[in-house]
Design a protein around this ligand. Structure first.
Ligand code: PHE
Length: 446
């Protein structure tokens, strides 16, 4: 069977597509928001520790499982442990994918609206108060967010429809470099603003008193979300890999790119909050207020702003494509559905699930679950509950059911000198399960 499966055309195509899955709204929208919510440097420190001890080893774990099975998420478990009930982990992954995609396309839709709004000069010359008002009007509108969400979903479906190499790989190669370029321009401009240093310090200097289990759970959720872990996206991309691929090296590259982009965003958004006096209460909309404010002090603000939001939409696209691909791959592999039928029907279903989130900052804003509106609670439940749970079960499966020996045998096919293999096995068997279980259970109960 493996011979018939589509594979990445090139190493760079695989890396770019996987980086494309990892880098998206998670780094650009969610990371700065989480930093602000959790008090700055303390959160950053936790985030980096979790990246090192959980994020990187887990990318290796998922890529290895996928490459070994050459199958989609659900079938990976049933292939590697036939007759067991482990495929249920796949179902948790699906639930996470479906929920994340549903609100992800809403935020990506905002980004599309900001792209058009910038082109029309809608935000030019507004101060942060004006920008906050504009933001509330846009996301609170009963029609616009649904329209943005719908357009974004249609494009996602089209890319998935073309299949792995023609669709995903080609798009990722074009747009990832673009976004990095614009981020550097933004960074340069923010750091030159008077008063930026205070924000930089707040971001980089950890106040250890602010570290508690809730912050830790938020940081775990952020790493899982940002690295696309715990729900099978990385695993599915691994299943299109050939055995020649050096998995540990790829994992480091993917993680580094993801972390660097998140850090860049932190260094752009947080100083801007200080300089422009933006109230952190803006919450999830924070980047939609701070970034246009920075653009407005750049010459040619309209061009920068529209380019940025276009690129952001593309960064989101390479992620949403990987989300939809997780579910589509199952129906194509196992149920023999034609790819277009799977992509279109699942896209429509997911769009409908996302409509309440699209309305959650407007007519549905009084619907509060656990103190959060619909969109934020969907995000919390998927990122802080389902992803860590999916990730926990995945490592337990790899370490204690399938076995780290077999995993090592698979890894060294493409990486004969996997120097820190022993450390990796140890972390996968003991550190990660205990750490996630502890943070997860106490964070949820607390
Ligand atoms: N990692 C993506 C981002 O940071 C989001 C994502 C999560 C994509 C889970 C796939 C799976 O935007």
């Amino acid at each position: 069977m493996a011979g018939q499966r589509e594979h990445w055309n090139s190493r760079s195509g695989f890396i770019l597509a996987t980086v494309g899955s990892a880098v998206g709204l998670g780094n650009i929208w969610r990371f700065p928001t989480a930093v602000v919510r959790n008090g700055g440097g303390a959160f950053l420190l936790l985030f980096l520790i979790i990246v090192l001890f959980i994020g990187v080893p887990m990318i290796i774990a998922e890529l290895t499982l996928g490459r070994k099975s050459q199958k989609n998420l659900v079938s990976t478990f049933s292939t590697l442990a036939p007759g067991s009930k482990w495929w249920i982990v796949g179902l948790i992954g699906w639930a996470a994918v479906f929920i994340i995609l549903s609100f992800y396309s809403v935020i990506a839709g905002w980004s599309l609206i900001y792209f058009l709004g910038s082109l029309l000069g809608f935000f030019s010359g507004l101060d942060t108060e004006g920008l906050t008002q504009a933001h509330n009007q846009i996301v609170g509108n009963p029609i616009l967010p649904i329209l943005g969400q719908a357009i974004f979903m249609v494009v996602t479906v089209i890319v998935v429809l073309y299949g792995v190499t023609k669709g995903i790989e080609r798009w990722s190669k074009i747009f990832m470099p673009g976004i990095i370029l614009i981020l550097f321009v933004l960074l340069g401009r923010t750091l030159l603003l008077e008063g930026a240093a205070e924000g930089v310090l707040w971001f980089l200097r950890p106040d250890l008193d602010l570290i508690n289990l809730n912050t830790a759970l938020d940081a775990v959720g952020q790493v899982f979300f940002s690295f696309s872990l715990g729900m099978g996206a990385i695993l599915t991309y691994g299943s299109y890999l050939s055995p020649r691929e050096n998995i540990p090296q790829s994992a480091v590259l993917i993680s580094l790119s993801d972390v660097i982009i998140a850090l860049l965003m932190g260094l752009i958004v947080i100083p801007a909050l200080f300089v422009f006096n933006v109230e952190p209460e803006v919450g999830p909309g924070i980047i939609f207020v701070t970034l246009p404010a920075i653009f407005n002090v750049l010459p040619g603000s309209m061009i920068w702003s529209s380019l940025f939001f276009l690129m952001l939409s593309f960064a989101a696209l390479t992620s949403s494509v990987s989300l939809l691909e997780v579910v589509v791959a199952y129906f194509v592999d196992e149920k023999k559905w034609p790819r277009p039928a799977a992509a279109i029907s699942l896209g429509i279903l997911n769009f409908m699930l996302g409509v309440p989130s699209a309305l959650s900052k407007g007519i549905l804003s009084d619907q509060i679950i656990l103190g959060m509106d619909i969109l934020d609670s969907m995000d919390f439940f998927a990122s802080n509950v389902l992803l860590p749970l999916g990730g926990l079960l995945t490592v337990i499966f790899l370490a204690w059911v399938w076995g780290t020996d077999k995993a090592m045998a698979e890894i060294i096919k493409g990486s004969p000198h996997f120097k820190w293999g022993k450390a990796w096995s140890f972390v996968i068997r003991f550190i990660i399960p205990v750490a996630i279980a502890y943070i997860f259970i106490s964070g949820i109960l607390g």
